[in-house]
Ligand binder design. Structure first.
Ligand code: HEM
Length: 227
């Protein structure tokens, strides 16, 4: 991509200059790196803490991909349980935390409250994901809730909006989803995993650290075992 943009710049069509190229790459690297890696780490933590979910995911991969074969992008559509695991991870651990800013374009009334034109509205994605009026047992990691469900993360279902929604929603969604399924599928299909020292208490492994992205306070340390 950099090569192509530099090429366009050298042709001096005035479409993009070097400063714009630099800023674009800073944006992409900042927005794309920690978000994806934090989600992967949360997904692995949930899977290691919920071994019955991990076994089910492994069984699906074994059946669809076959032992010894690598997971490739075109397999993702055929792995509904893996997709459900990624959605469930986003529900409990949305990496862009947790308040999405918006500005009311006009006076609006929502559930008896008037939000005046121009007010800043902060949408709490994290709280929506754990709302017990929307989700049954909201604090449990249960990917099965998404099996056969129409809910996805593409901004159409407001109960699950880890990438935001509307015109400002995340432009990296297609890349992030492809990478996450591919990496997570590959990690669990290729290796068995053991948590270093074993799980002690849920609190230690699920403690959050607030920052630009919602990271784990204590990194997951897991040992891969070749299968
Ligand atoms: C798990 C992965 C990711 C998640 C959960 C995520 C989530 C988000 C969210 C919630 C927003 C704000 C959207 C809104 O206001 O409605 C956003 C914006 C953005 N994301 Fe992502 N993102 C991810 C990965 C990526 C990747 C891989 C890229 C690019 C390589 C990327 C690029 C951007 C950019 C450029 C914006 C700003 C868009 C704008 O304000 O116009 N993101 N992302």
């Amino acid at each position: 991509m950099l090569d192509t943009l530099l090429h366009i710049n050298e042709e001096s069509t005035g479409e993009i200059d070097k400063t714009q190229i630099e800023r674009l790459f800073v944006d992409l690297l900042l927005a794309g790196n920690d978000t994806t890696s934090a989600t992967l780490e949360w997904a692995m933590t949930e899977l290691l803490y919920n071994p019955e979910v991990l076994s089910k995911a492994k069984a699906e991969l074994k059946q669809i991909i076959g032992k010894g074969n690598a997971v490739v992008e075109s397999d993702i559509d055929r792995l509904p349980y893996l997709q459900a695991i990624v959605k469930e991870t986003f529900r409990l651990h949305p990496p862009v935390p947790p308040l999405l800013p918006r500005k009311a374009g006009a006076d609006v009334e929502i559930q008896g409250f008037t939000v005046p034109k121009g007010a800043q509205v902060l949408v709490n994605i994290w709280a929506i994901g754990r709302d017990d009026s929307i989700w049954e047992n909201p604090n449990s990691f249960k990917p099965d809730r998404f099996m056969g469900s129409e809910i996805d993360v593409k901004g159409r279902n407001f109960e699950l909006i880890p990438f935001g929604a509307g015109r400002r929603m995340c432009p990296g969604l297609p890349l992030a989803l492809r990478m996450l399924h591919l990496m997570l599928g590959s990690l669990i299909h290729t290796f068995d995993w053991k948590v270093e020292g074993g799980f002690k208490t849920r609190e230690i492994y699920f403690e959050e650290k607030f920052g630009l992205t919602l990271q784990k306070a204590k990194p997951l340390r897991a040992i891969p075992i070749m299968v």
